[in-house]
Design a protein around this ligand. Structure first.
Ligand code: B3K
Ligand code: ZN
Length: 857
């Protein structure tokens, strides 16, 4: 497959200022007539030929200015149309087959309804078009179809007209006044019902809001609607962004490759991020709905009003929009808890990517298949990079920078460089060296040693930084790393103020004076920089910070570091009794501390993930790491048994509610159960079964089931069956039923996964179902890394079966196997062998081919 390079960008030769699309709808056959007003681009290369992308479509008719076109040809799947002169009207008819579109890109059918997904390159599966984000057009869409089958007809923009036709047919015309790239086009037709509300913008525009779902799901849409209204208000208040159409529609679809899609005025969502009620959705699911509804809404400015010049600039919209949704969720809930969650995701998903064969800068230099670059790096590290600008600028200056960016580039297809320049000019930053964060892949490694001079009362912090080599980038330069630091007096437990240090050289020292004794150093507070920090702190200092740090993130971090140190030590030379004691004691303080709320307590109780630990231990035996982690949990559970039981009981008495206290209670309830289960399975099984049986909500039920699924006891099979029976027919909860079992800490879990793949509810055609079984198993270290290699084989078998059906989803399983360099040699060889088996298959998709070949390099 061809590699596309960022540096080869050239402006389009032809522009399409207007397009009208006319759809004659049917699930088996949809006819599409596209009329493009094309104009030669004065800034283009003067190419006489109009290049139109196509994918899996054929030309039925082609006209230029009303006459049959002449001299056109196909180049692969693309259409080449030589055009003299500088402006024409091109009309193209294509025939689409939504029911057989299993890739879920372009126009497809999902449960009888029709919907589209065009980002990144799906529009070319609908009609021939210059399918690149720097071609912006005004869209008018007419669609017509049988009214009983498609009573609801939606597209981007505002409804302009509608009416009934002959033979039970009807039609609608939608008009979007805002020029947009083709990837933001959307159409939905089907039997849907709406939860409606209105929002009046700060400028007085009354917007009709609707969340469209299938009939039975309506009662689960209130949280999505509340989240939408909150997002609209928040973006006005926080970023000065007002909505710009009279309508805003969200549609929930059960077959969807990703989380959701920000199509202008018509967001299309995976049902998973729309539907929520207490009985079927966990607190985590509620947060997911709020975050994704916010994310897609925020794209209306960061993505739609200002879009990307080319796909290398993807982080321009995604990194910024992730930061915006993170800040939104922090404002809606607990800021420190949200920060901890975001860092946990970064460490578990992005750090491994950044140190593996698929590492790429947040603004990549090349790609074969752009779908492979919707990554944790582009999204989450991209958000961290913009967060650093905010830290460096301060909140007010940062807002000046974003205001300037929105103002300067409104209506344009912009670049990351445009964003950086706006930040420099608006926020008053010099980002010359900072640009390296866009250029270089790899998580910077920072070391810190502190040195105390008794005679002068000074403390010197000695830092080094190194950005590791990554594929194609052997030599790296230092980046500016903003680090919030505080120096604590170990007697009083206080510090004299937080400082922001900017580390911009390979080695650098910072000196502080006025200390009678060596202080305890707290570094990278609030995780101001996305780095791996190796600070030489004594265990006692970590214990001190875990108990005393006034930065909630730093407190969490100290405990995580202490646990990490112990787990890495355990797999090298066995447990350290003294440290284990210190950990249990620190955890005990967490349980007792009435200064922190339960949401934070729940965070502090979670041990670092295996994915994160593998980054530090590599190459390692993941199963040994997993077992060490379980044993440490068991040790804590045994030592703190009484406190954990008391906590579980206190939390169980809190009635259901969506307020922070009630949510916090549910969070610590399950965390307590998890620790108790690691200590005494039998006792915990009874407690978990009781929690399941008395559960009034999915958070408690899922938490109990998660623990039970890992314990070989009579209640397990009974309650697993009960769960299925209770929620039969609710696809999202049946997804949970699959993933709870695939996630179980059970030696027989691979047998279970194999059996579940044959369950009548399993289907390889639905991405949510596939992920709930297989992505979960791939994330279950003890299962996936089973010594026999069976976990690896099952994932490879899945990739081979899924690739022809849904290449995008199949390719997402490759990174799990691609991590073989982090794994001890025996297992690594088995992982590689599976990658080779995939690579040897004929007709692999471009998506899977790119990921596999890079993973083997
Ligand atoms: N922009 C979409 C991503 C769709 C990508 C499909 N390959 C979702 C989002 O980030 O909001
Ligand atoms: Zn996005």
């Amino acid at each position: 497959p061809a590699t596309i390079f960022r540096n080869n960008y050239t402006p389009p030769s032809w522009l399409v200022p207007e397009i009208s699309l006319d759809f004659d709808l049917g699930t088996e056959l949809t006819k599409c007539v596209a009329t493009l007003k094309v104009e030669r681009n004065p800034d283009g290369d003067g190419d006489q030929t109009l290049h139109l992308c196509g994918d899996n479509i054929a030309v039925m008719t082609l006209k230029v200015d009303g006459n049959d076109a002449e001299g056109w040809s196909m180049s692969g799947s693309n259409l080449l149309l030589p055009l003299p002169g500088s402006a024409h009207e091109v009309t193209i008819e294509t025939h689409l087959h939504p029911a057989t579109n299993s890739q879920l890109m372009g126009l497809y059918a999902s449960g009888g309804m029709l919907c589209t997904q065009c980002e990144a390159e799906g529009f070319r599966r609908i009609t021939f078009f210059p399918d690149r984000p720097d071609v912006l057009s005004r869209y008018t869409v007419r669609m017509e179809g049988p009214k009983d089958q498609f009573p609801v007809l939606l597209s981007n923009g505002n409804l302009a007209d509608s009416g009934d036709g002959a033979d039970g047919r009807h039609w609608a015309v939608w008009d979007d006044p805002w020029p947009k790239p083709s990837y933001l086009f959307a159409l939905v037709a089907g039997q849907l019902v709406a939860n409606r509300d209105t929002f009046t913008t700060c400028g007085g525009r009354k917007v009709d809001l609707a969340v469209w779902v299938r009939e039975g799901d309506l009662e689960r849409t209130d949280h999505a609607m509340r989240s939408l209204i909150a997002s609209m208000k928040w973006d006005e208040e926080t970023f000065g962004r007002e909505y710009d159409l009279d309508q805003f529609n969200i549609v929930a679809v059960s077959d969807f490759n990703m989380g959701a899609m920000e199509n202008k005025g018509l967001n299309i969502f995976n049902t998973r991020y729309v539907l929520a009620d207490p009985e079927t959705a966990t607190d985590g699911d509620y947060d997911g709905v709020e975050g994704v509804v916010g994310h897609e809404y925020f794209h209306n400015w960061s993505g739609n009003r200002i879009t990307c010049r080319d796909w290398f600039q993807l982080s321009l919209k995604e990194g910024f929009t992730v930061l915006r949704d993170q800040l939104f969720s922090a404002d809606m809930g607990s800021e420190p808890v949200k920060r901890i969650e975001d860092v946990r995701i970064l460490r578990a998903a992005q750090f491994p990517e950044d140190s593996g064969p698929l590492a790429h800068p947040i603004r990549p230099d090349s790609y074969q298949e752009i779908s492979n670059f919707y990554t944790a790096t582009v999204y989450n590290k991209g958000a961290e990079v913009i967060r650093m600008m905010k830290t460096l600028a301060g909140d007010d200056a940062f807002r000046k920078g974003t205001d300037l960016y929105f103002d300067r580039h409104d209506g344009e297809a912009a670049t990351c460089e445009d964003f950086i320049k706006s930040m420099e000019d608006g926020a008053g930053l010099d980002l010359t060296q900072f640009r390296r964060w866009y250029e270089q892949a790899g998580t910077p490694r920072v070391t810190m040693q502190s040195e105390f001079d008794q005679s002068t009362g000074t403390v010197t912090l000695h830092f080094t930084q190194k950005v590791p080599a990554t594929p194609g980038q052997p030599n790296k330069q230092p980046v500016p790393i903003p680090l919030k630091v505080a120096l604590f007096d170990r007697d009083s437990g206080t510090h004299t103020g937080e400082k922001l240090l900017v580390l911009d050289k390979a080695r650098q020292d910072f000196t502080f004076d006025g200390f009678a004794k060596p202080p305890v150093v707290s570094v990278n507070r609030a995780f101001t920089a996305p780095i791996q920090l190796d600070a030489e702190a004594h265990d006692d200092d970590l214990v001190f910070l875990a108990a005393n740090d006034d930065d909630a993130f730093a407190r969490y971090e100290a405990l995580q570091q202490l646990v990490t140190r112990e787990l890495l030590g355990t797999i090298e030379h066995g447990p350290d009794e003294k440290r284990r004691g210190a950990i249990a004691e620190a955890m005990g303080k967490v349980l007792d501390d009435d200064q922190i709320d339960d949401l934070m307590r729940g965070e502090l109780m979670m041990l670092p993930s295996i994915a994160f630990l593998l980054e530090l231990a590599a190459p390692a035996n993941p199963v040994a790491l997993h077992e060490a982690r379980e044993r440490l949990k068991g040790h804590i559970g045994t030592r703190l048994r009484d406190k954990l039981i008391a906590l579980h009981e206190r939390a169980s008495a809190v009635p259901y509610g969506l307020d922070a206290d009630a949510r916090g209670a549910r969070k610590v309830k399950t965390q307590a159960l998890v620790m108790l289960a690691a200590a005494d399975q039998k006792e915990a099984a009874a407690r978990a079964a009781a929690q399941y049986r008395t559960a009034t909500n999915m958070t408690d039920r899922q938490g109990a089931m998660m623990v039970l699924a890992g314990i070989d006891c009579p209640e397990r099979s009974e309650l697993v069956a009960d769960f299925h029976k209770r929620f039969e027919g609710n696809a999202l909860v049946i997804d949970k039923w699959f993933s709870l079992q695939a996630n179980a800490l059970d030696p027989k879990v691979l047998d279970t996964v194999e059996a579940l793949a044959k369950h009548p509810d399993f289907t390889i055609k639905n991405p949510n179902r596939v992920r709930s079984l297989y992505m979960t198993m791939a994330g279950n270290a003890a299962a996936f890394h089973d010594e026999s290699g069976r976990g690896y084989r099952m994932i490879a078998d899945l990739v081979l079966a899924l690739d022809p059906i849904n290449a995008q989803t199949a390719a997402r399983f490759i990174p799990a196997l691609g991590r073989w360099r982090k794994i001890e040699p025996g297992r690594a060889a088995l992982m590689r062998a599976e990658l080779e088996r995939i690579a040897a298959a004929p007709n692999l998709s471009k998506d899977t081919r790119e990921q596999v070949s890079k993973s083997l390099d």
